[in-house]
Design a protein. Structure first.
Length: 548
């Protein structure tokens, strides 16, 4: 529903002083209050003025024969002060006038007549009236200052509480909920805050009272306010809506819209409330923009880190890419140029070299792609309940050629539980660990063991190589770090970094330690979260397989 066309001045919620405002100020003066009266003016103050006059008259009657008539004025003056302490300017002025009339009528001759026979007595009554009115004015000013200080303290406390809470929140929904709660408590209103979605449309926050814009005309009014300015009751743009809608702006940017339905319709007519609302809206807008800027900065940092990673990858692995390419190119060129002159054994060796170097190049490229996806946050796990033997068997199958001349021992209990995992990633994890053992342990057996733990499963890959240099255990899983650079072991230093990223994505952990008797042992722990599906267990018993 589209609101009717408006012919108004630029929308604002401040407003200007008007005859209605003057009348409200006069009403506050004679009502003895410092806030706009709601309903009929209070009569308690005027009743107190009459009561003090009656009480002062009683006391004056008891003391009439013992004090001078002019001293009786002090008794009524005390009564006027008592009214001024508890009530406003209007009742105090009424008490002063009533006291003068009573004193003149009862205690100044001629008695029971409203006239004064002596100028001195007329001066006494005049002074009494002036003092009473001055007291009325002064007490009214003091009450006004006290009320202003109280409101200022309340406003300061509200703003401090809101700013402190907003400073601790990081999400737009949380900020909207906290701001709506503070505005509702400070102004006595139901509050909804609308935020922009990915398409730029204003949508009600789920942490605020979204039912306020459930009606199409309310939602249309809120979106109109986001484009044109404040709208609804209490603003210059009176539209067909129950709520008052104000844009949350910071500079020229509109980060959202706040909608309010006040318990008391006259709340927004009070300048103090309007100023407080504008300040609260400004604080909320700043917090929302801060979160938006933080998100933009995070996205920019992620893009920068991704570009930096790609540059580092290219510069770091240029040599490792050229080596297998040169081997493949040389072997293939030899076969093309001299293939007919070579013996069958030489042709087989060249073809085998091409195959091995191409496989090595493929694994290197796969590591590069995996590392890029893991670092950029583009990796999405596809978890399934899988027995650990499945990715382990696939990993060993891909390394069959390299393991042909090595002794491999696999110990996997038959009662290992199913594990929620991304099969392809865990397979890559095991390939990297076994391949790392093949690189750094040129001879000796390799052991792969699995066992159940209280929180999941644990896999260890151990070798009898030179072990981990002291002090490098923590750096071993960093990108491009190699424990023996320039040695016999070749690689870009990405395999173990990928292993850690894969394990972290599965909410597990990986560690490395030196074995007793020499060698290195990598330990991977994968947690089991959730309830696995019910499947029949194999009747096989645990044991070990030895591949020579």
């Amino acid at each position: 529903m589209t609101p009717a066309p408006l012919s108004v001045q630029p929308p604002n919620v401040r407003g200007e002083q008007s005859p209605a405002g003057t009348r409200r100020r006069l009403a506050r003066f004679f009502a003895g209050t410092d806030v706009p009266p709601r309903g009929f003016p209070p009569l308690r103050g005027y009743a107190a003025a009459v009561g003090q006059a009656a009480l002062a008259t009683l006391v004056a009657h008891l003391l009439f024969d013992h004090v001078h008539r002019s001293d009786l004025v002090l008794i009524y003056t005390i009564g006027v002060v008592a009214v001024a302490v508890r009530h406003g300017a209007g009742p105090t002025a009424a008490a002063a006038v009533l006291s003068v009339v009573v004193v003149d009528y009862l205690y100044f001759p001629p008695y029971f007549e409203s006239r004064v026979s002596e100028p001195r007595e007329l001066m006494t009554l005049g002074v009494m009236l002036v003092v009473g009115l001055l007291i009325s004015r002064l007490t009214s000013r003091i009450r006004h200052q006290a009320e202003t200080a109280r409101l200022r303290e309340l406003r300061t406390a509200t703003l401090y509480s809101l700013s402190r809470e907003l400073a601790q929140l990081r999400g737009t929904e949380d900020i909207a909920g906290g701001a709506a709660r503070h505005v509702a408590q400070a102004l006595g209103a139901r509050v909804v805050i609308l935020l922009r979605d990915e398409a730029g449309e204003l949508q009600p926050s789920t942490t605020t009272d979204a039912s306020l814009v459930a009606a199409p005309r309310e939602l249309a009014a809120a979106r109109w306010a986001g484009e044109h300015g404040p709208a609804g009751p209490g603003t210059d743009a009176e539209i067909d809506a129950a709520g008052t809608y104000l844009p949350l702006t910071l500079g020229e940017a509109v980060v959202g819209v706040i909608g309010l339905v006040f318990t008391e319709p006259a709340t927004l007519s009070d300048p103090v409330n309007r100023q407080l609302l504008e300040t609260l809206c400004g604080q909320t807008a700043q917090a929302l923009q801060r979160v938006q800027l933080a998100q933009d900065a995070q996205a920019a940092e992620l893009r920068a880190r991704t570009e930096e990673l790609r540059s580092s990858l290219l510069s770091s692995v240029s040599h490792d890419l050229r080596t297998p390419l040169a081997a493949v190119t040389g072997a293939a060129g030899t076969l093309v140029a001299r293939g007919e002159l070579l013996s069958p054994r030489d042709r087989t060796d060249l073809a085998q070299a091409i195959h091995e170097e191409a496989a090595r190049l493929g694994r290197l490229v796969a590591n590069l792609l995996d590392m890029t996806r893991l670092e950029s946050g583009a990796l999405v796990l596809k978890k399934e309940w899988i027995p650990l033997e499945e990715p382990l068997g696939a990993a060993l199958g891909q390394l069959e050629t390299q393991l042909a001349t090595r002794e491999l021992t696999v110990k996997m209990p038959a009662d290992l539980p199913l594990v929620p995992m991304d099969t392809s990633l865990v397979e890559q994890l095991l390939i990297n660990l076994v391949e790392n053992a093949l690189k750094y342990a040129q001879t000796g057996p390799i052991e792969v063991c699995g066992r159940s733990t209280t929180q999941g499963v644990q896999v260890t890959v151990a070798d009898r190589g030179p072990g981990v240099p002291a002090g490098s255990e923590g750096r071993l899983f960093e990108k491009f770090y190699r424990a023996a650079p320039g040695g016999a072991a070749r690689g870009a230093g990405l395999g173990l970094a990928i292993c850690r990223a894969i394990v972290t994505a599965h909410e597990g952990d990986i560690s490395v330690a030196n074995r007793e008797g020499g060698g290195t042992m990598f330990t991977v722990r994968l947690p089991i979260t959730g309830t696995p599906p019910s499947v029949p267990l194999n009747a096989a018993t645990s044991g070990e397989a030895v591949v020579a």
